[in-house]
Write a protein that binds this ligand. Structure first.
Ligand SMILES: Nc1ncnc2c1ncn2[C@@H]1O[C@H](COP(=O)(O)OP(=O)(O)OP(=O)(O)O)[C@@H](O)[C@H]1O
Ligand SMILES: [Mg+2]
Length: 243
C-alpha cells in the first residue's frame, strides 16, 4: 500500500512530538576541561546522553572519570566548554542568559551534592525549609514528612557540624526533594549510608519516581543501588561507555 506524503508527514510529526515529550534532559557533545597547557585535564570528551521523563537513571564509573562534573553541567550549575544541555525543552549552550538558567535551577531541579553543601549556620530543618522559602513557598508539614521519611526528624534541630555525615546526607536529600522538582540529580546519595538507611533512601526515590513521575538521575558506586534504576550507564574516559 502506498503512503501519501501528507500521511508520512503526519507520522513524522507524531514521532517528533513523542520524542520531544518523552525526553526531559538531553546532553549533546558535552566537553569540559580543567587547567591549561601541559596540565590540561580533558574530563568530558563529547559526551551524549538522553533521559526520558519519569525515568530513574543510574550513572556509574571509576573515581575521577567526570561523573560529578557531568552532573553539575546537567543540573545547570556549571557550563560546558562545548556542547549543550536541553532541559524540559529549553536549550542551554555555553553563553545562555543567566536569569533563565537560574529560573530553571530554582524551579525544575533538585540537586544532592556529593559534599552536601548545607548551610552551616542553619539547623538541618531550616536548611530544608530554606530551600522552599527561597522559592516563595512555606510547607512545614511536607518538610516534616520528608525529614521523617529520611529518619532525621529527631536530629534536624542541630546544625550540620553537629550531625553525622550520614545524617547530613539525608538532610541534603530532603532539601533536594522539598520543592518537588521535576528532575532530581543526586551525586552518590547513598555514599555515606549504612545498608538500612541506603535502602530506605532508594525506596523513597523509587516511590517518588513512581507516584509523582519525577525523573531521577543518580550517580552511584554501588551496584546494589544501581539495581533500583530503570537503566544504568557506565562512564569511562569522558564518555558514556555502555548501557
Ligand atoms: N574545579 C576543578 N578544577 C580542576 N580539576 C577539577 C575540578 N573539578 C574536577 N576536577 C578534576 O576532574 C576530574 C573529574 O572529577 P569529578 O569530580 O567529576 O570525578 P568523579 O567521577 O565524580 O569522581 P568521584 O567518583 O571520586 O566522585 C578529576 O580528575 C578531578 O580532579
Ligand atoms: Mg564525584
Amino acid at each position: 500500500m502506498q503512503t501519501s506524503p501528507a500521511c508520512k508527514r503526519g507520522v513524522l510529526l507524531i514521532q517528533k512530538t513523542m520524542t520531544n515529550t518523552s525526553t526531559i534532559l538531553k546532553a549533546t557533545n558535552i566537553q569540559k576541561s580543567f587547567g591549561k597547557g601541559e596540565a590540561k585535564n580533558h574530563v568530558l570528551r563529547g559526551l551524549n546522553l538522553q533521559v526520558d521523563r519519569g525515568e530513574f537513571l543510574a550513572i556509574m564509573g571509576p573515581s575521577g572519570c567526570g561523573k560529578s562534573t557531568l552532573l553539575h553541567i546537567l543540573g545547570l550549575m556549571d557550563q560546558p566548554d562545548e556542547g549543550e544541555v536541553t532541559l524540559d525543552g529549553e536549550t542551554f549552550a555555553h553563553a545562555n542568559a543567566r536569569p533563565q538558567r537560574l529560573r530553571f535551577l530554582r524551579e525544575k531541579i533538585g540537586f544532592v551534592f556529593q559534599r552536601f553543601n548545607l548551610i552551616s549556620v542553619l539547623s538541618g530543618r531550616d536548611n530544608v525549609r530554606m530551600s522552599l522559602r527561597v522559592r516563595g513557598v512555606r510547607d512545614d508539614e511536607y518538610v516534616e514528612k520528608l525529614l521523617q521519611r529520611m529518619g532525621v526528624a529527631e536530629v534536624a534541630h542541630r546544625k550540620p557540624g553537629e550531625l553525622s555525615i550520614g545524617e547530613q546526607q539525608r538532610i541534603a536529600v530532603a532539601r533536594a526533594l522539598a520543592h518537588k522538582p521535576e528532575i532530581v540529580l543526586a551525586d552518590e546519595p547513598t555514599g555515606n549510608l549504612d545498608t538500612d538507611n541506603g535502602d530506605a533512601l532508594l525506596e523513597l526515590f523509587r516511590q517518588i519516581n513512581r507516584q509523582d513521575a519525577q525523573t531521577m538521575v543518580m550517580i552511584t558506586h554501588s551496584t546494589e543501588a544501581a539495581r533500583q534504576a530503570d537503566r544504568v550507564l557506565h562512564m569511562r574516559d569522558g564518555l558514556i561507555e555502555t548501557e
